[in-house]
Ligand binder design. Structure first.
Ligand code: C5P
Ligand code: ZN
Length: 444
């Protein structure tokens, strides 16, 4: 059986049943996977409830166990917890792209079919293929971008092609910094954090002179111009100038964050974060990571009033991210086998993963990054990130965290990005084990 047949099997099973609880993860990809699934269930005329979780610990598994719905669909997580889920006497269908084993539970997981779930299919794209409804492809695209899978290859690319042929999305290569679609030119550069633009970020006067020198008008009539309002020539002038600036400051690593494949979602309103997959994913992270996942799902489903609420969360999220990145950049230490950021009490557990991922560029790409924060139960939340080159050399962070957590916590994820939660008194043991495991993986 191939992946496509597995999708058909899951779809047939869902078609046959009714009364679902959709349980999904809280990051942008998880919200997209959850939203796509409930949108599909609505189209199929099914009854459902939806629940978002940050993680799947015994507490959440118990809640799922005692849920009144007869059938469970798990999206963007579950693969790492099949043993625990097997004990539940309900129909369970897992739609996930994380590492884990096959079991008696019906699972749509690219990993089980030789498809790389870290690079070419996210939880939301997996949900897209499960239901096969083309008009929902934009949600799949946002999820995959949120899980850092752009530029799309393989199955994500197939999803994109299907979206384009259905006229619901299009893609091109362009400047891809946050705000290209949703922000006027000055705040676009003013608040840039990925990359941070030396001399420009945070300095309004310099930004105004910068545009002046490039001959780019900030306003047309009463209207503040955005990047997407610029002419082809102006766009080229601006992106070349930004690339030059980054090189001049010796920040070569950041240059690749400037230009990239961008995905325009034609089914969402123009000039808003929702029109651009990358900005949309940031908007969703702002909801999910600040305990408002339902707002994010409602935005995806175009429910009234949701976008305005999400915008407020976004402002706070970006402010906190700026602070977090500043802190991480100045407090990161080199522990030999990996870079370490202790942000306990400084950066929220929901943000630590995003911050860790943005740290490459500040630190070298030669070793993994491990960052820690405190969660609201006083436990240590761990986020690790690597690069494709490190993964090619043998690094598998999901496995490293799995091994390091044995008996002291729960961890797992992808080769290139993984997370864990442990009790605080085991931190030293954990760090020692993690270092040993990284050494072992690089040795092989
Ligand atoms: O939490 P963080 O963003 O660092 O997680 C990175 C990746 O690892 C995510 O895809 C997440 O789903 C996964 N993860 C996991 N098990 C955990 C924690 C995170 O599979 N206990
Ligand atoms: Zn995911």
């Amino acid at each position: 059986m191939g992946f496509t047949e597995r999708c058909a099997e899951a779809r047939a099973e869902i078609e046959r049943l009714d009364d679902f609880l959709v349980v999904h993860h809280y990051d942008a990809d998880g919200l997209c996977g959850g939203a796509l699934t409930v949108a599909a269930l609505e189209m199929m005329g099914k009854n459902y409830n939806r629940q978002c979780y940050r993680k799947l610990s015994p507490k959440e598994i118990n809640e799922i166990k005692s849920a009144h719905e007869k059938n469970i669909i798990m999206v963007d997580f579950g693969a790492g917890a099949v043993e625990e889920l097997e004990g539940i006497e309900k129909n369970i269908i897992i739609i996930d792209h994380h590492q884990g084993n096959e079991s008696s539970i019906l699972q749509v997981n690219p990993m089980h079919f030789g498809i790389n779930g870290s690079y070419e299919m996210s939880g939301a794209s997996c949900a897209y293929f499960t239901f096969g409804i083309r008009e929902l492809a934009p949600i799949g695209i946002v999820g995959a971008v949120g899980d850092m899978q752009a530029p799309f290859i393989g199955w994500n690319h197939k999803m994109l092609e299907e979206a384009e042929s259905a006229g619901v999305a299009r893609h091109y290569t362009d400047l891809c910094m946050f705000g290209r679609v949703s922000r006027p030119l000055v705040p676009f550069l003013m608040y840039s954090i990925d990359p941070y633009l030396p001399g420009l970020s945070g300095n309004e006067q310099n930004i105004i002179s910068f545009y002046e020198e490039l001959g780019i008008e900030l306003k047309r009539g009463d209207k503040w111009r955005r990047y997407t309002d610029l002419s082809e020539d102006e766009r080229k002038t601006l992106s070349s100038a930004l690339v030059a600036l980054i090189y001049e400051k010796g920040m070569k690593h950041h240059a690749k964050h400037l230009l990239g494949e961008v995905y325009e979602l034609l089914t969402y309103p123009e000039n808003t974060e929702m029109r651009d997959a990358s900005e949309f994913s940031t908007l969703l992270n702002a909801c999910g990571r600040h305990d408002k996942p339902d707002v994010g799902v409602d935005v995806l489903l175009k429910r009234e009033g949701a976008y305005e609420r999400a915008r407020n969360l976004l402002e706070m999220h970006r402010r906190m991210l700026r602070g977090g990145i500043e802190y991480a950049g100045t407090h990161v230490v080199d522990l030999g086998l990996f870079y370490f950021v202790d942000a306990r009490g400084v950066i929220e557990d929901g943000l630590i993963g995003v911050v860790a991922g943005m740290l490459y560029g500040t630190v070298g790409t030669d070793k993994p990054i491990l960052a820690i924060a405190l969660d609201n139960e006083g436990k240590v939340k761990i986020s690790t990130r690597a690069t494709k080159e490190l993964v090619n050399k043998g690094i598998n962070l999901g496995k490293a965290l799995n091994v390091s957590c044995e008996g002291i916590g729960m961890g797992g994820g992808h080769t290139i990005a993984a997370g864990a939660t442990i009790e605080i008194e085991h931190l030293n043991t954990f760090l020692k084990r993690f270092g040993e495991e990284i050494e072992k993986q690089l040795d092989k």
